[in-house]
Ligand binder design. Structure first.
Ligand code: FMN
Ligand code: ATP
Length: 313
């Protein structure tokens, strides 16, 4: 896949791009709604002998448009999203820098400079996609141009509610992991590097791998979870129990949230290695215990629960 980064105003140069079908949107999480849009794009490209393209943005438009609610953490940070799009068979990904200059473009200018000039012949977007100044452009205005054909993808919903990045982010903060995973179509994952913790885990009988997230991820809320874990460059999937939190038993007001995984059937030093944690089930809230005995007693129970919850994997 070729990634083409665009910054407005764009230097006018002939990019000689082949004709393509393009899906357009931010696509954070690549959830099942996004997968429908991308699947439609792939079908249109194959039907019409076009290259498969995605037009996306960076950073999230809210950084420019809604400073109070600005999103600076992601379900699939840009590098992860690009890797996933490549795995889906996408040929070109246009990453347009979302700046004030871009946000201020009229819908018409956006279409001419970022769709027609890019030799895009089929545009595929969700039913609620908007673009251009004040979000004035939509699926219906996109359909008015003769230079390309537009397809609006119907809403994908669960119990009447649209599958959306916003809802998945909320679910992750309220321990509704099953709902988030159902919308994603896969277990939520975070990639990171294994770093040294306070080295207490081993002394209390539960050694943990501490994961320092590699990007600005939206982390699941503090709590204990049943997870699976993979080291980069290794096929084996390990099962484990994970604590996301600030260890209130030992610290009064630690601000930094740590992600630590106690793996079953694992006894190796893996500091410095890259790994991915897949979140499957929520077990309980993180608590301040009276001391090490009460903590280890609970961790043993967490472990048994996790073994049971993960037994069918
Ligand atoms: C499954 C699991 C559950 C945990 N639950 C809590 C908890 O509720 N409260 C708490 O203070 N620490 C909790 N911890 C964190 C432990 O305090 C931590 O693993 C231990 O202090 C070792 O930390 P270290 O790896 O930084 O040395 C939990 C850890 C695991 C693996
Ligand atoms: N559930 C869905 N069904 C159909 N299309 C969708 C769905 N969710 C998003 N899309 C479409 O996918 C593209 C990317 O959408 P976008 O990144 O805004 O996702 P979102 O999940 O709606 O995000 P947010 O919750 O941040 O609004 C857009 O074209 C959008 O219309």
């Amino acid at each position: 896949m070729e990634t083409i980064r665009l910054h407005h105003p764009q230097e006018k140069e002939n990019m000689n791009l082949p004709a393509s079908a393009a899906a357009i949107g931010f696509f954070d999480g690549l959830h099942r709604g996004h997968q429908d849009v991308l699947g439609t794009m792939i079908a249109k490209a194959e039907e019409n002998g076009l290259k498969k393209a995605v037009i996306t943005f960076d950073p999230h438009p809210s950084v420019v448009l809604n400073p109070k609610k600005r999103r600076t953490t992601y379900l699939t940070p840009l590098d992860v999203k690009l890797e996933m799009l490549e795995d889906m068979g996408v040929d070109y990904c246009f990453v347009i820098n979302f700046s004030s200059a871009l946000a201020g473009l009229s819908p018409d200018t956006f279409v001419f400079q970022y769709i027609i000039d890019m030799n895009i012949k089929e545009v595929i977007a969700g039913f609620d996609f908007t673009y251009g100044r004040y979000g004035a452009g939509n699926i219906s205005t996109l359909s008015e141009y003769g230079a390309f054909h537009t397809t609006g993808v119907e809403k994908l919903a669960v119990d009447g509610e649209k599958i959306s990045t916003t809802k998945i982010r909320k679910d992750l903060l309220t321990h509704e992991l099953e709902s988030a995973n159902h919308a994603l179509g896969r277990p939520y994952e975070v990639r990171g590097v294994i770093v040294q913790g306070e080295k207490r885990g081993r002394t209390i009988g539960f050694p943990t791998a501490n994961i320092e997230p590699e990007y600005r991820y939206h982390l699941p809320a503090k709590g204990v979870y049943a997870v699976t874990f993979r080291l980069d460059n290794e096929e084996t999937v390990y099962k484990g129990v994970c604590n996301v939190g600030v260890k209130p038993t030992f610290h009064d007001n630690l601000e930094r949230v740590s992600v630590e995984v106690h793996l079953f059937d694992f006894d190796r030093s893996v500091y410095g290695e890259n790994a991915t944690v897949h979140w499957h089930h929520f077990i309980r809230e993180e608590r301040k215990f009276s001391g090490i005995d009460e903590l280890t007693d609970h961790i043993s129970r967490d472990k048994q629960k996790a073994i049971k919850l993960l037994e069918n994997l």
